[in-house]
Ligand binder design. Structure first.
Ligand code: FE
Ligand code: FE
Ligand code: ZN
Length: 284
């Protein structure tokens, strides 16, 4: 497997301008990055200016960054039983999708939702319905990627079946894909700590969701053990997921073309360079 075809990167910062995230990715040696297209802690954002869109696209064109992925705000919960939150979440998701379309970002990662004790089944149905509502009138090509979760609190998405069910019930299937987070699935109880178990988990994913629907991977180690149902990312090689597992992922031919993004804790973003280099060196 040629090293030139590795799709590896990190979540980088847009502070100082959206294009800055691309420059930061370049410095780290990334071929893909993930960004928030707006503040992750707010519902609203003013419309993108044409000059900023152009600058972003031009910077990407000159760079080695092949694929850019966006991640939605953490406030969004389209599965909320609270009507007000649901409405705000739908509007916010629409706005984020439009920003991705303006920036020609192909994938927008979304945490499916939390039911807040109103029941998983109802929540999953509501998520499907709201995804259809948001995607129905969307003009661009951007896909929404449902992220696997650790199942913390009342979050759905900790079972592959949840993501399958959401997608199956939706009409806009072509625009719904999946993002697999290694920390989250491990915390949710999918044992990826040995080659045999890893193989089984990928097979299960393929059987339930289908590898063709896997569009992004978040490479994170976990601060907490298997089945802890906690969402606490750790640096690669420092947590409960063995280094060997990351090597299996980096060398898995089926995952070769899928962008792999680090969301591990760093004080300064250049610290990601260590992990990027470590992961690149694993590729045989
Ligand atoms: Fe996420
Ligand atoms: Fe993630
Ligand atoms: Zn997480």
């Amino acid at each position: 497997m040629g090293k030139k075809t590795i799709f590896l990167g990190a979540h980088t910062s847009i502070s100082g301008g959206l294009y800055k995230a691309i420059e930061e990715g370049e410095k780290l040696g990334c071929t893909t990055i993930q960004i928030f297209t707006k503040s992750s802690r707010s519902w609203h954002a003013s419309k993108l200016k044409e000059e900023n869109i152009l600058k972003f696209k031009e910077t990407q064109k000159k760079s080695n960054i092949k694929t850019i992925i966006a991640h939605t705000s953490y406030l969004i919960n389209i599965g909320s039983p609270n009507k007000d939150t649901e409405k705000k979440s739908i509007d916010a998701l629409k706005l984020e999708l439009e920003r991705c379309q303006d920036l020609e970002i192909p994938y927008l990662v979304l945490h499916p939702g939390a039911h807040l004790k109103s029941g998983e089944e109802k929540c999953l149905e509501q998520i499907s319905k709201n995804l259809d509502f948001v995607l129905k009138n969307a003009s661009g090509k951007t896909m929404i990627l449902l992220e696997t979760t650790a199942g913390q609190g009342t979050n759905v998405g900790y079972k592959f079946e949840h993501l399958k069910e959401i997608r199956d019930k939706a009409k806009e299937k072509k625009k719904i894909g999946t993002c697999l987070d290694t920390c989250h699935i491990f915390s949710a109880g999918y044992d990826i700590s040995t080659p045999t178990e890893y193989k089984k988990v990928i097979q299960t994913f393929d059987k339930i969701i289908g590898l063709k629907n896997l569009k992004a991977i978040h490479l994170n180690d976990s601060k907490t053990n298997l089945n802890s149902r906690k969402d606490q990312h750790e640096n690669i090689g420092k947590g409960y997921i063995p280094l060997k597992t990351f090597s299996l992922i980096m060398n898995d031919k089926r995952l070769k073309k899928i962008p792999k993004i680090l969301e591990t804790p760093v004080k300064k973003v250049d610290e990601h360079k260590v992990e990027i280099d470590l992961l690149k060196d694993m590729v045989k």
